[in-house]
Design a protein around this ligand. Structure first.
Ligand code: ARG
Length: 606
């Protein structure tokens, strides 16, 4: 369906042309004086210079042309030269009915659907998910759903960090604890056990322990200099063993590879569970390890083709450009010891993705501090022809999630907050709010709290522009009032409840049509509803879920205003009532489609 604002602009443009002016002046916007009119056109002001006359003269002539136009109920030219417009109520109702009849509430297929790979989640296998990973998962999942809804082919890849030092640390710690395991016997040639030598809870303890052992974390309380120095040295030794184990794993040592597979299986199962709880999913569970085999060839090719050269023993590609305003260090392909880096893996992954999926776009979601990394990767693959020139590569860097004190989110004792702990905390707060002053079974309250708290977390995040830091304020996010997830759900639940009661009284929800608005609030609700296709298209275009949040917040406000102004269930005129119900059904459908692309859902009651 054509966007409502475009339809209106077309009418006004035609009127400008018919009055002898440039049709391009007929651009219409939503009124910034809603007390005076619904839409406005400032084209006459802009045209005054061009046509050497007072703007009001132009406005009056255009208004004359629009006289009797069925799209408008009112058109007036006001000084100094604005056109104030009021949409025809019948036209608005008709637009609602067309939205209701269309399969995606008026969103059309893109002219050329793209294949888009989204790289989000970015969890590191065997390391706990922390709040930093939350944003990537929430934003990426929503952009995936938005682009799919808009009609593109979208492939989501979690791109696990599964090839780094954490693996060497775990191997080292396992060897300390259980040196007798076959994985450490270099002469072992048989088959390794099917059963992993640890459970997920053991693994969750092993990594942090190993990581701690490998670091100099400053002097402990009550420690003298000698004890401290001994510990520092032990940490350095431990770390070099872990580094060596990482290198051996990457070189293909059998026992380590077998242990690595156990780590992956146990960890991925746990990650899937975590992402499931967040209503986040991936089409591909690939990771850094998947492209390691193609790196040697890739490095050779870049060298042979003259792009990569040796610098201080490392292999690098220059990517700086003349017009750079900031320093662009060369992109490192191999370290002097021959090891691949994070950059190398990302370059190789692009090569793999291009070969397998021929994407039109690849978009990455990670902390904005990774911006330089992605800039280097993108420039390198474009310069070297590893990625086609026309393929779009985009990095969407997100800001930090801060606590109420404005500092990065920490636990009470100052540690990095685990994702699960954060979710539990929001869940508890939500549960408390739901049981307070309400007669609801405990089981029901828990179930509702789970649904609503996920909405609170996701909406709290998605309603901000991704690049900005934001404050994770549990009190505000879980509030039923204001620009929050619970408020949106509350509104949907309210609509559901009205529809249920309507049915209980014998009403049926089929074959209903929206009728011309009965009051201003109903008209305003229709005009907000009509913005759905525009909101969805811009959200997709800009990969910006906050556009959807802004749309549904306005829509919920418009609905609640209508609800307070209108007797819906008490309406005696059956036809009128049917018209209201038709509008409610549409608003509910649009809101549900919107929260679905944000990645959460509404309960039946709350
Ligand atoms: N694993 C990385 C991290 O935790 C994020 C990965 C982002 N994606 C990518 N293709 N580099 O920081």
């Amino acid at each position: 369906m054509k966007k409502l604002l475009d339809m209106i602009s077309d009418e006004v443009s035609q009127a400008f042309a018919a009055a002898g002016y440039d049709g391009a002046l007929g651009k219409v916007t939503v009124s910034n004086r809603p007390d005076l009119c619904e839409y406005q056109c400032n084209g006459a002001m802009a045209g005054a210079k061009q046509y050497h006359c007072a703007p009001i003269q132009i406005a009056e002539k255009v208004a004359e042309q629009l006289n009797g136009n069925p799209v408008f109920d009112e058109v007036s030219a006001v000084k100094p030269g604005f056109l104030n417009l009021k949409l025809s109520s019948a036209f608005a109702a008709e637009y609602m009915n067309q939205m209701a009849a269309s399969d995606k509430f008026g969103v059309e297929m893109p002219a050329k659907p793209h294949t888009i790979i989204l790289d989000y989640g970015g969890a590191n296998a065997a390391k706990p998910l922390h709040v930093g990973h939350l944003r990537s998962a929430i934003i990426g999942e929503s952009v995936k759903r938005i682009c799919r809804f808009a009609g593109h082919t979208v492939i989501g890849d979690v791109h696990l960090g599964d090839w780094g030092l954490q693996m060497g640390l775990i191997i080292t710690e396992m060897q300390e604890r259980r040196p007798e395991l076959v994985y450490f016997d270099e002469n072992f040639t048989g088959e390794y056990p099917q059963e992993p030598p640890f459970t997920i809870s053991q693994l969750e303890e092993i990594y942090p322990t190993a990581s701690k052992k490998s670091k100099d974390d400053g002097r402990h309380e009550g420690e003298n200099e000698e004890q401290y120095q001994a510990r520092v040295q032990a940490a350095a030794e431990y770390k070099s063993r872990a580094l060596a184990a990482t290198a051996d794993l990457q070189k293909g040592r059998r026992g380590y590879r077998a242990l690595w597979r156990h780590i992956m299986n146990v960890s991925v199962a746990d990650l899937k569970k975590n992402y499931d709880n967040l209503n986040v999913s991936f089409d591909l569970w690939k990771g850094e390890s998947d492209v390691q085999d193609i790196i040697p060839d890739l490095a050779r090719r870049l060298k042979d083709e003259g792009y990569a050269y040796e610098s201080d023993g490392a292999l690098v590609v220059d990517i700086a450009r003349e017009d750079d305003t900031k320093e662009m260090p060369p992109c490192m392909i191999l370290k002097s010891d021959g090891a691949a880096l994070y950059t190398t893996t990302d370059i190789a992954t692009i090569v793999e993705r291009v070969g397998l999926y021929h994407p039109d776009e690849i978009i990455y979601f990670a902390d904005k501090r990774q911006e330089l990394h992605f800039e280097q990767v993108f420039r390198c693959v474009k310069k070297t022809g590893l990625a086609p020139e026309e393929m779009k590569l985009q990095f969407i860097g997100f800001g930090t999630m801060n606590g109420k004190d404005g500092k990065p989110f920490k636990t009470r004792d100052g540690g990095v907050l685990r994702l699960e702990a954060l979710i539990d905390e929001v869940n508890e707060e939500m549960y408390r709010k739901i049981v307070t002053g309400r007669d609801v079974s405990d089981e029901k309250a828990r179930e509702i709290a789970k649904t609503v708290s996920l909405a609170a977390i996701k909406y709290g995040d998605l309603s901000n522009q991704a690049g900005k830091d934001y404050i994770f304020d549990i009190d505000r996010f879980t509030s039923f009032e204001g620009d929050t997830g619970p408020y949106i759900l509350y509104t949907i639940v309210r609509i559901k409840s009205i529809l249920r009661k309507y049915q209980e009284k014998g009403g049926v929800l089929t074959e209903l049509s929206v009728l011309p608005a009965e009051n201003e609030a109903e008209k305003a609700l229709m005009l907000e509803t009509a913005k759905f296709n525009a909101a969805m298209e811009s959200a997709c275009e800009e990969k910006a879920p906050h556009r959807i949040c802004a749309y549904i917040y306005d829509l919920c406000n418009a609905f609640n205003h209508f609800y307070h102004e209108t007797r819906i269930l008490a309406e005696e005129d059956e036809e009128k009532q049917k018209g209201y119900i038709a509008l409610l059904l549409l608003v509910k459908g649009v809101l549900e489609a919107s929260i679905d692309v944000l990645g959460f859902e509404a309960p039946e009651e709350m």
